[in-house]
Design a protein around this ligand. Structure first.
Ligand SMILES: *Cc1c(COP(=O)(O)O)cnc(C)c1O
Length: 395
């Protein structure tokens, strides 16, 4: 095999805990101290893109000035991003919110916002000469990894809990993933994935065990800024599992502020979790700076079933620094809200999206959100992925 062409990147990696830095050569995992790297762009002029030019381009890679990609380099892409940002008046009046918007991430390739992160991570790993990928998943990340791996022409091993919704597992196979089902949760799958990566040299795409999924998730925040003409909303309500969206959007807003694209105050960031797996909410309520592992995690919102997120500290920082908060919702409330909002708005709300919307309602009742504020809530994936193959009605 010919070695991959040397990539001369204009970004560096900085450890989020000890502050160590390194160049991005090769296939970076985590810092020697065990904590995640984040990308920094010390020499990028993020002011140079022309606003009209930015609007003319398409998809999440329109924001390449903010992303880990070199001039002229082609990303591994399936047309991710540019998802609808929909005003939700009926849902808003039911929840007591007069200016509610839903960012409908179900419109991404593979049906969830995982597409953004995996497009960025697979792009970088493929450019660095990866021979294959492995990841543990609570559901949709496995589908996106399978699809982007296929797009890059590389094999993908996925470890998923046996309890993952059947349609999601079927989608992984559609894209040719080598799927291994385990009893247990994503944490158990993570251990198996790390062992497999060590054995094969495949790149571990676990949340925050490589630095680039976060960069792809930044485009969620950049799209919202663009859609509202660089006037950021008052608050964002996000269904948090591993936390890539929350951490990525907060990073995006910091970069927009530093480059003068927006002025403060930045949106308050709220994390919503399920009562059966709420390590971030518990840590936030205790005033802790880190999450402790949640015992026997369970929720039908499988994307939120992450009992010990590696990015817990970074999520808590984003929530606290932005003046936001965290709230847990019951299974009953999240599924009822998903069903109600799907009917009210014609958007196929996933259990995670239902959790976020229900959380917005609770935050409104608690006075954390005000009626007139502009609020964006995320429908992070498509509801159909959680349903078994539907029977057609008889004629
Ligand atoms: C993965 C996932 C989440 C949680 O996202 P994190 O980046 O892990 O916080 C929420 N909703 C859906 C549909 C998901 O697939």
């Amino acid at each position: 095999m010919t070695p991959p062409a040397a990539v001369v990147a204009d970004w560096i990696l900085e450890c989020t805990a000890c502050g160590a830095t390194r160049d991005p050569e090769g296939l970076p995992g985590v810092c020697d101290c065990g904590e995640p790297w984040l990308v920094r762009y010390p020499t990028r002029a993020q002011t140079i893109v022309d606003r009209t030019e930015l609007r003319r381009r398409q998809g999440m890679w329109r924001f390449r000035t903010w992303l880990p990609i070199l001039p002229g380099e082609q990303p591994v892409s399936l047309g991710e991003g540019d998802t609808p940002l929909v005003r939700a008046q009926r849902a808003g009046s039911a929840l007591g919110l007069a200016d509610l918007w839903i960012k409908d991430e179900s419109a991404n390739p593979t049906g969830s916002f995982k597409a953004r992160g995996l497009s960025a991570a697979v792009t970088r790993a493929a450019a660095a000469g990866a021979t294959g990928f492995v990841l543990p998943t609570a559901g949709n990340a496995g589908v996106a990894a399978a699809a982007y791996g296929a797009r890059a022409g590389l094999p993908v091993r996925v470890y998923a809990p046996r309890s993952t919704p059947a349609t999601i597992l079927a989608q992984m196979k559609v894209f040719g993933a080598d799927l291994v089902l385990l009893d247990g949760h994503i944490g158990d799958c993570g251990k198996a994935a790390r062992a497999y990566a060590a054995e094969t040299g495949f790149v571990d795409l676990s949340t925050l065990r490589e630095p680039y999924r976060i960069e792809g998730k930044k485009t969620l925040g950049l799209e919202i800024a663009l859609a509202f003409n660089w006037m950021l909303p008052d608050a964002l309500v996000y269904p948090a599992g591993g936390g890539t969206g929350l951490i990525g959007m907060w990073k995006a807003f910091g970069e927009l502020l530093a480059a003068g694209w927006v002025t403060g105050p930045l949106p308050r960031m709220y994390a919503v979790q399920a009562e059966g797996c709420a390590p971030v909410v518990r840590a936030f309520e205790e005033g802790a700076s880190r999450c402790t592992a949640w015992d026997e995690p369970w929720t039908m919102a499988s994307g939120l079933r992450v009992p010990a997120p590696l990015g817990g500290r970074l999520m808590l920082e984003a929530i606290t620094d932005s003046g936001g908060g965290a709230v847990a919702v019951s299974e009953e409330l999240l599924s009822r809200t998903a069903a109600d909002v799907s009917r009210a708005e014609g958007i196929d709300i996933s259990p995670e999206g239902g959790a976020a919307l229900a959380g917005a309602g609770l935050l409104r009742e608690a006075g954390a959100l005000a009626r007139e504020e502009r609020i964006v809530v995320f429908n992070t994936g498509a509801g159909w992925l959680y349903r078994p193959g539907a029977e057609l009605p008889r004629a």
